[in-house]
Design a protein around this ligand. Structure first.
Ligand code: SF4
Length: 363
Protein backbone atom coordinates (compact mmCIF):
# COMPACT_ATOMS: atom_id res chain seq x y z
CA UNK A 1 0.00 0.00 0.00
CA UNK A 2 1.49 3.39 -0.89
CA UNK A 3 1.72 5.96 1.86
CA UNK A 4 -1.11 8.27 0.68
CA UNK A 5 -3.56 5.37 0.43
CA UNK A 6 -2.48 4.18 3.86
CA UNK A 7 -3.03 7.59 5.50
CA UNK A 8 -6.43 8.05 3.88
CA UNK A 9 -7.56 4.61 5.02
CA UNK A 10 -6.10 4.67 8.54
CA UNK A 11 -6.09 8.24 9.83
CA UNK A 12 -9.37 9.62 11.10
CA UNK A 13 -8.44 12.65 13.23
CA UNK A 14 -5.73 15.29 13.49
CA UNK A 15 -5.01 17.20 16.73
CA UNK A 16 -2.16 19.58 17.44
CA UNK A 17 -0.84 22.13 19.87
CA UNK A 18 -0.78 25.77 18.66
CA UNK A 19 3.04 25.91 18.66
CA UNK A 20 3.20 22.83 16.44
CA UNK A 21 0.47 23.55 13.92
CA UNK A 22 2.49 26.28 12.20
CA UNK A 23 5.75 24.30 11.97
CA UNK A 24 6.83 23.60 8.37
CA UNK A 25 6.61 19.83 8.84
CA UNK A 26 3.03 20.10 10.08
CA UNK A 27 2.00 22.47 7.31
CA UNK A 28 3.29 19.90 4.83
CA UNK A 29 1.27 17.13 6.52
CA UNK A 30 -1.84 19.31 6.56
CA UNK A 31 -1.58 19.80 2.79
CA UNK A 32 -1.38 16.04 2.25
CA UNK A 33 -4.09 15.20 4.80
CA UNK A 34 -6.56 17.59 3.22
CA UNK A 35 -9.41 15.28 4.28
CA UNK A 36 -8.72 16.01 7.98
CA UNK A 37 -9.34 19.35 9.67
CA UNK A 38 -6.78 19.87 12.48
CA UNK A 39 -8.22 20.57 15.94
CA UNK A 40 -6.17 22.75 18.27
CA UNK A 41 -5.61 21.49 21.83
CA UNK A 42 -3.20 22.68 24.51
CA UNK A 43 -2.07 19.11 25.30
CA UNK A 44 -2.92 15.48 24.55
CA UNK A 45 -5.03 15.45 27.72
CA UNK A 46 -7.62 17.58 25.91
CA UNK A 47 -8.20 14.94 23.24
CA UNK A 48 -11.53 13.25 24.01
CA UNK A 49 -11.00 9.73 25.41
CA UNK A 50 -12.89 8.15 22.49
CA UNK A 51 -10.30 9.69 20.11
CA UNK A 52 -7.21 8.55 22.02
CA UNK A 53 -6.24 5.72 19.72
CA UNK A 54 -3.96 4.95 16.80
CA UNK A 55 -6.31 6.43 14.18
CA UNK A 56 -5.61 9.86 15.67
CA UNK A 57 -2.54 11.98 14.95
CA UNK A 58 -1.37 14.40 17.62
CA UNK A 59 1.40 16.83 16.68
CA UNK A 60 3.36 18.78 19.22
CA UNK A 61 6.72 20.50 19.44
CA UNK A 62 9.17 18.57 21.52
CA UNK A 63 9.07 18.95 25.31
CA UNK A 64 10.89 15.95 26.85
CA UNK A 65 14.52 14.80 27.02
CA UNK A 66 15.94 15.32 23.52
CA UNK A 67 18.47 12.44 23.58
CA UNK A 68 18.54 9.38 25.83
CA UNK A 69 20.51 6.14 26.04
CA UNK A 70 18.56 3.15 24.72
CA UNK A 71 16.85 1.47 27.66
CA UNK A 72 19.24 -1.49 27.64
CA UNK A 73 19.15 -3.64 30.67
CA UNK A 74 21.10 -4.01 33.84
CA UNK A 75 22.32 -7.49 33.00
CA UNK A 76 22.68 -7.47 29.22
CA UNK A 77 25.41 -6.14 27.00
CA UNK A 78 24.70 -2.56 26.02
CA UNK A 79 25.29 -1.78 22.35
CA UNK A 80 25.84 1.93 22.90
CA UNK A 81 22.74 3.16 21.16
CA UNK A 82 20.89 6.41 21.79
CA UNK A 83 17.32 7.28 20.95
CA UNK A 84 15.36 10.41 20.16
CA UNK A 85 11.57 10.58 20.14
CA UNK A 86 10.15 11.47 16.76
CA UNK A 87 7.01 9.35 16.23
CA UNK A 88 5.46 7.75 19.35
CA UNK A 89 2.80 5.12 18.84
CA UNK A 90 2.46 2.78 15.90
CA UNK A 91 -0.64 1.39 14.24
CA UNK A 92 1.14 -1.33 12.24
CA UNK A 93 -0.17 -3.83 14.78
CA UNK A 94 2.58 -6.39 15.40
CA UNK A 95 1.23 -8.99 17.81
CA UNK A 96 4.48 -8.94 19.83
CA UNK A 97 4.80 -5.14 20.06
CA UNK A 98 5.87 -4.06 23.54
CA UNK A 99 3.99 -0.78 23.12
CA UNK A 100 0.69 -2.63 23.51
CA UNK A 101 1.50 -2.82 27.21
CA UNK A 102 1.90 0.93 27.74
CA UNK A 103 0.54 3.00 24.83
CA UNK A 104 -2.86 1.40 24.50
CA UNK A 105 -5.00 4.51 24.72
CA UNK A 106 -2.81 7.09 23.06
CA UNK A 107 -2.84 8.83 19.71
CA UNK A 108 0.16 8.62 17.39
CA UNK A 109 2.26 11.53 18.65
CA UNK A 110 4.55 13.41 16.30
CA UNK A 111 7.31 15.53 17.82
CA UNK A 112 7.38 17.96 14.95
CA UNK A 113 10.24 20.22 15.99
CA UNK A 114 13.47 18.21 15.75
CA UNK A 115 15.73 21.20 16.56
CA UNK A 116 16.35 20.35 20.28
CA UNK A 117 17.16 16.73 19.48
CA UNK A 118 19.47 17.65 16.61
CA UNK A 119 21.25 20.18 18.86
CA UNK A 120 21.67 17.54 21.59
CA UNK A 121 23.08 14.98 19.15
CA UNK A 122 25.50 17.56 17.71
CA UNK A 123 26.67 18.62 21.17
CA UNK A 124 27.35 15.04 22.26
CA UNK A 125 29.10 14.13 19.00
CA UNK A 126 31.31 17.21 19.06
CA UNK A 127 32.21 16.72 22.74
CA UNK A 128 33.64 13.27 21.92
CA UNK A 129 34.52 13.33 18.22
CA UNK A 130 36.43 10.03 18.31
CA UNK A 131 33.53 8.09 19.85
CA UNK A 132 30.92 6.84 17.36
CA UNK A 133 27.42 7.99 18.30
CA UNK A 134 24.65 5.67 17.10
CA UNK A 135 21.26 7.25 17.46
CA UNK A 136 17.86 6.17 16.20
CA UNK A 137 14.22 7.23 16.13
CA UNK A 138 12.64 3.78 16.12
CA UNK A 139 12.28 3.17 19.86
CA UNK A 140 8.69 4.37 20.34
CA UNK A 141 7.29 3.87 16.86
CA UNK A 142 8.17 3.17 13.26
CA UNK A 143 10.66 5.77 12.02
CA UNK A 144 9.28 6.02 8.49
CA UNK A 145 5.59 5.10 8.62
CA UNK A 146 4.50 8.74 8.88
CA UNK A 147 7.67 10.28 7.51
CA UNK A 148 6.37 10.86 3.95
CA UNK A 149 3.81 13.15 5.64
CA UNK A 150 6.15 15.15 7.86
CA UNK A 151 9.54 14.66 6.17
CA UNK A 152 11.29 15.06 9.53
CA UNK A 153 13.93 12.39 8.97
CA UNK A 154 15.34 14.50 6.12
CA UNK A 155 16.16 17.25 8.62
CA UNK A 156 17.98 14.88 10.96
CA UNK A 157 19.99 13.40 8.12
CA UNK A 158 20.88 16.75 6.52
CA UNK A 159 21.80 18.52 9.74
CA UNK A 160 23.95 15.66 11.05
CA UNK A 161 25.67 14.77 7.78
CA UNK A 162 28.81 16.79 8.54
CA UNK A 163 29.57 14.79 11.70
CA UNK A 164 31.69 11.74 10.82
CA UNK A 165 31.11 10.04 14.17
CA UNK A 166 27.28 10.19 14.01
CA UNK A 167 25.33 7.21 12.68
CA UNK A 168 21.71 8.34 12.58
CA UNK A 169 19.31 5.44 11.98
CA UNK A 170 15.69 5.46 10.81
CA UNK A 171 14.29 1.99 11.53
CA UNK A 172 11.20 0.69 9.76
CA UNK A 173 8.93 -2.17 8.78
CA UNK A 174 7.63 -0.18 5.83
CA UNK A 175 9.03 0.41 2.36
CA UNK A 176 8.57 4.20 2.66
CA UNK A 177 12.06 5.35 1.69
CA UNK A 178 11.48 7.09 -1.61
CA UNK A 179 10.93 10.56 -0.12
CA UNK A 180 14.48 10.37 1.28
CA UNK A 181 16.42 9.09 -1.70
CA UNK A 182 17.32 12.57 -3.00
CA UNK A 183 18.71 13.88 0.31
CA UNK A 184 21.92 15.45 -0.99
CA UNK A 185 24.23 15.02 2.02
CA UNK A 186 23.64 11.66 3.65
CA UNK A 187 26.70 11.48 5.93
CA UNK A 188 26.53 8.18 7.81
CA UNK A 189 22.74 8.03 7.84
CA UNK A 190 21.42 4.48 8.11
CA UNK A 191 18.06 3.19 6.93
CA UNK A 192 17.32 0.17 9.12
CA UNK A 193 14.83 -2.57 8.19
CA UNK A 194 13.33 -5.10 10.57
CA UNK A 195 13.21 -8.40 8.72
CA UNK A 196 11.55 -11.70 9.44
CA UNK A 197 10.48 -14.89 7.71
CA UNK A 198 7.34 -15.06 5.59
CA UNK A 199 5.65 -17.24 8.24
CA UNK A 200 5.86 -14.31 10.65
CA UNK A 201 3.92 -12.00 8.32
CA UNK A 202 0.69 -12.73 10.20
CA UNK A 203 2.37 -11.42 13.37
CA UNK A 204 3.35 -8.11 11.77
CA UNK A 205 -0.04 -6.60 10.97
CA UNK A 206 0.04 -3.95 8.26
CA UNK A 207 3.85 -3.94 7.89
CA UNK A 208 5.19 -4.15 4.35
CA UNK A 209 5.79 -7.67 3.03
CA UNK A 210 9.40 -8.79 3.31
CA UNK A 211 10.03 -8.54 -0.44
CA UNK A 212 8.96 -4.86 -0.38
CA UNK A 213 11.23 -4.09 2.57
CA UNK A 214 14.16 -5.75 0.81
CA UNK A 215 13.42 -3.85 -2.41
CA UNK A 216 13.31 -0.62 -0.38
CA UNK A 217 16.66 -1.51 1.22
CA UNK A 218 18.08 -1.99 -2.24
CA UNK A 219 16.80 1.43 -3.38
CA UNK A 220 18.20 3.09 -0.26
CA UNK A 221 21.61 1.51 -0.83
CA UNK A 222 21.60 2.49 -4.51
CA UNK A 223 20.87 6.06 -3.48
CA UNK A 224 23.96 6.00 -1.25
CA UNK A 225 22.57 5.25 2.20
CA UNK A 226 24.04 2.82 4.65
CA UNK A 227 21.51 0.09 5.44
CA UNK A 228 20.96 -1.98 8.59
CA UNK A 229 18.97 -5.15 9.13
CA UNK A 230 17.31 -6.24 12.35
CA UNK A 231 16.30 -9.88 12.69
CA UNK A 232 14.02 -9.16 15.61
CA UNK A 233 12.17 -10.99 16.97
CA UNK A 234 13.51 -14.31 15.78
CA UNK A 235 10.93 -17.07 16.22
CA UNK A 236 11.83 -20.71 16.66
CA UNK A 237 9.45 -21.68 13.88
CA UNK A 238 11.75 -21.48 10.89
CA UNK A 239 15.50 -21.71 11.20
CA UNK A 240 16.01 -22.73 7.55
CA UNK A 241 13.88 -19.85 6.34
CA UNK A 242 15.96 -17.34 8.26
CA UNK A 243 18.93 -18.61 6.27
CA UNK A 244 17.01 -17.90 3.07
CA UNK A 245 16.25 -14.35 4.26
CA UNK A 246 19.96 -13.78 4.89
CA UNK A 247 20.68 -14.87 1.32
CA UNK A 248 18.05 -12.45 -0.04
CA UNK A 249 19.55 -9.55 1.91
CA UNK A 250 23.03 -10.32 0.62
CA UNK A 251 21.71 -10.34 -2.94
CA UNK A 252 20.00 -6.97 -2.45
CA UNK A 253 22.60 -4.83 -0.67
CA UNK A 254 26.40 -4.87 -1.02
CA UNK A 255 28.21 -5.77 2.21
CA UNK A 256 30.13 -2.49 2.19
CA UNK A 257 26.85 -0.63 2.65
CA UNK A 258 25.58 -2.71 5.55
CA UNK A 259 26.21 -0.65 8.67
CA UNK A 260 25.19 -3.45 11.03
CA UNK A 261 22.90 -6.43 11.52
CA UNK A 262 21.27 -7.04 14.89
CA UNK A 263 19.66 -10.23 16.15
CA UNK A 264 17.14 -10.55 18.95
CA UNK A 265 14.90 -13.46 19.87
CA UNK A 266 11.20 -13.34 20.80
CA UNK A 267 10.85 -11.96 24.32
CA UNK A 268 8.10 -10.49 26.42
CA UNK A 269 7.46 -8.84 29.72
CA UNK A 270 4.69 -10.13 32.01
CA UNK A 271 2.72 -6.98 31.07
CA UNK A 272 2.97 -7.74 27.36
CA UNK A 273 2.07 -11.41 27.88
CA UNK A 274 -1.49 -10.44 28.73
CA UNK A 275 -1.89 -8.90 25.24
CA UNK A 276 -0.60 -11.84 23.21
CA UNK A 277 -3.00 -14.56 22.19
CA UNK A 278 -1.02 -16.23 19.43
CA UNK A 279 0.27 -19.81 19.06
CA UNK A 280 3.95 -18.82 19.43
CA UNK A 281 3.37 -17.67 23.00
CA UNK A 282 2.77 -21.27 24.09
CA UNK A 283 6.36 -22.23 23.20
CA UNK A 284 8.81 -22.82 26.04
CA UNK A 285 10.05 -19.55 27.56
CA UNK A 286 12.07 -18.94 30.73
CA UNK A 287 12.28 -15.89 32.95
CA UNK A 288 15.57 -13.97 32.71
CA UNK A 289 17.27 -11.71 35.22
CA UNK A 290 15.86 -8.58 33.55
CA UNK A 291 12.28 -9.77 34.14
CA UNK A 292 11.68 -10.70 30.47
CA UNK A 293 10.84 -14.15 29.18
CA UNK A 294 12.92 -15.69 26.41
CA UNK A 295 13.43 -19.07 24.73
CA UNK A 296 15.78 -21.24 26.74
CA UNK A 297 19.40 -20.42 26.13
CA UNK A 298 20.35 -23.37 23.91
CA UNK A 299 17.42 -22.61 21.58
CA UNK A 300 18.41 -18.95 21.29
CA UNK A 301 22.01 -19.84 20.65
CA UNK A 302 20.99 -22.27 17.88
CA UNK A 303 18.80 -19.63 16.22
CA UNK A 304 21.48 -16.94 16.41
CA UNK A 305 24.18 -19.26 15.11
CA UNK A 306 22.03 -20.29 12.15
CA UNK A 307 21.47 -16.67 11.13
CA UNK A 308 25.07 -15.60 11.75
CA UNK A 309 26.37 -18.53 9.69
CA UNK A 310 24.02 -17.68 6.82
CA UNK A 311 24.99 -13.99 6.87
CA UNK A 312 28.68 -14.87 6.83
CA UNK A 313 28.11 -17.39 4.05
CA UNK A 314 26.13 -15.08 1.76
CA UNK A 315 27.64 -11.60 2.19
CA UNK A 316 30.89 -11.17 0.33
CA UNK A 317 32.45 -9.78 3.51
CA UNK A 318 31.20 -10.10 7.06
CA UNK A 319 29.02 -7.18 8.17
CA UNK A 320 29.09 -6.11 11.85
CA UNK A 321 26.64 -8.49 13.57
CA UNK A 322 25.54 -8.09 17.17
CA UNK A 323 22.97 -9.45 19.61
CA UNK A 324 20.26 -7.26 21.08
CA UNK A 325 19.66 -7.55 24.84
CA UNK A 326 21.56 -10.77 25.35
CA UNK A 327 23.71 -12.06 28.15
CA UNK A 328 27.47 -12.46 27.99
CA UNK A 329 26.99 -16.21 28.25
CA UNK A 330 25.01 -16.16 25.00
CA UNK A 331 27.52 -13.87 23.27
CA UNK A 332 30.28 -16.27 24.16
CA UNK A 333 28.34 -19.28 22.92
CA UNK A 334 27.35 -17.63 19.63
CA UNK A 335 30.54 -15.77 18.73
CA UNK A 336 33.13 -17.25 21.10
CA UNK A 337 33.80 -13.67 22.18
CA UNK A 338 32.31 -10.54 23.76
CA UNK A 339 31.75 -7.42 21.64
CA UNK A 340 34.85 -5.65 22.93
CA UNK A 341 36.90 -8.65 21.77
CA UNK A 342 35.50 -8.55 18.21
CA UNK A 343 37.34 -6.13 15.90
CA UNK A 344 34.34 -5.61 13.58
CA UNK A 345 32.25 -4.38 16.53
CA UNK A 346 34.88 -2.10 18.00
CA UNK A 347 33.52 0.98 16.23
CA UNK A 348 29.91 0.27 17.17
CA UNK A 349 30.46 -0.55 20.82
CA UNK A 350 33.18 2.00 21.56
CA UNK A 351 31.87 4.23 24.31
CA UNK A 352 29.51 1.61 25.70
CA UNK A 353 29.45 1.65 29.50
CA UNK A 354 32.20 -0.59 30.89
CA UNK A 355 31.19 -4.04 32.02
CA UNK A 356 30.87 -4.34 35.79
CA UNK A 357 32.30 -7.21 37.76
CA UNK A 358 29.76 -9.99 38.16
CA UNK A 359 27.42 -8.48 35.56
CA UNK A 360 26.40 -11.73 34.00
CA UNK A 361 23.14 -13.36 33.16
CA UNK A 362 23.53 -17.09 32.90
CA UNK A 363 20.33 -17.48 30.92
S1 SF4 B 1 6.38 -1.88 13.70
FE1 SF4 B 1 7.44 -1.84 15.67
S2 SF4 B 1 6.44 -0.19 16.80
FE2 SF4 B 1 5.05 -0.74 15.08
S3 SF4 B 1 3.63 -2.27 15.93
FE3 SF4 B 1 5.36 -3.37 15.01
S4 SF4 B 1 6.81 -3.72 16.73
FE4 SF4 B 1 5.37 -2.09 17.35
Amino acid sequence: MNSSTYYKARLARFYGTPDALSLPAVERARRILSHLEPVMVSSADEIPPQHRNLRTLFVTSFRGAPLAPCPGTRVHRCCNYYTVDLYAGCPLGCTYCIMQSYLESSPVTVYADPSPAIAAIRAQALADPLIPLRVGTGETGDSLLFDPLFDLTRRYIGELADLPNVYFEAKTKTAYVDHLLDVPQKGNAVIGFSVNVQQAATEEGASAPLRERIAAASRAAEAGFLVAFHFDPLFRMAEADYRAVAAQLAAAVPARQVAWVSLGSMRYTPGLRAHIDRPYIHDEFVGCADGKYRYIQRERVALYRAVVDALVEHFESRPPIYLCMESEAVWERVFGALPDEMPELEALFAGAPPRKEGQRCGR
